[in-house]
Design a protein around this ligand. Structure first.
Ligand code: DC
Length: 224
């Protein structure tokens, strides 16, 4: 039996999951896997090829033609879709607007979950997403469920997007987050719920440094 450590981080959109996951991975020298990036890359393919999401055959064909790869550098997410670097494009609003619909498709989830489970088979990893502690790794070593005030989340994401050159209003960002929260928590296929054994981390009033200290304290007992 493998005794690698898996840290699962789930929670709402834009509540700092990736900031924590990256910081933990860096500190512990674990591999960081951004599962949301995978759903986003699949969404790019669906948009470009106008895949009919209601047609199971079309979805299945698309999935057969999609090859995703992570390449790690400085603990940032670098992902390729059929060998093309899409790390910047996955963050664009057109992708954020469609990703909830694409990630609600059962066949898409089944394929992504399979790939994610493979990545965590033998390595120490930190993976963030929506169903990591419930579906992907129900037996994860440690699970966090992150949350924060929706207004604070929207302001953080807005600042990040503006800094990256996006032309967007705070209201649009807030609406997109509210829409994704709703869709992620009410979808039929593995909706976002807190695993019973997940530690709740509300970071509304925490700095990244403080949330890292909180999480490291919980991880410590599992490190030799
Ligand atoms: O973490 P993120 O915002 O980049 O994720 C983008 C979308 O992908 C999110 O709205 C829901 C979906 N997602 C999912 O359904 N399951 C995951 N494990 C990760 C993301």
């Amino acid at each position: 039996m493998s005794d690698n450590i898996v840290i699962a981080i789930d929670g709402y959109s834009s509540c700092g999951k990736s900031t924590l996951a990256k910081a933990l991975a860096k500190k512990l020298h674990f591999v960081y896997i951004d599962s949301g990036a995978m759903y986003r890359a699949v969404t790019i393919y669906f948009i470009r090829h106008q895949v009919d999401m209601d047609n199971p055959q079309a979805v299945s064909e698309a999935l057969n033609n999609i090859h995703l790869n992570f390449h790690s550098r400085d603990y940032e997410t670098h992902i390729t879709l059929n060998d093309e670097e899409v790390s910047a494009e996955i963050r664009e609003m057109k992708v954020s607007e469609q990703v909830s619909a694409v990630s609600a498709i059962k066949a898409v989830r089944d394929e992504m979950v399979k790939q994610q489970q493979r990545m965590g088979q033998s390595k120490n990893i930190v993976m963030d997403g929506r169903d990591i502690g419930t579906t992907v790794f129900p037996k994860a070593t440690l699970k966090f469920f992150m949350t924060a005030d929706p207004k604070v989340r929207a302001e953080r994401r807005y600042k990040e997007m503006i800094a990256n050159g996006a032309q967007i209003s705070l209201e649009e960002v807030f609406e997109n987050l509210a829409h994704r929260d709703y869709s992620d928590t009410t979808r039929k296929e593995s909706p976002l719920v807190r695993a019973e054994d997940a530690i709740i981390l509300d970071n509304t009033d925490l700095t990244p440094k403080e949330q890292l200290a909180f999480a490291l304290d919980k991880v410590k007992p599992f490190l030799q």
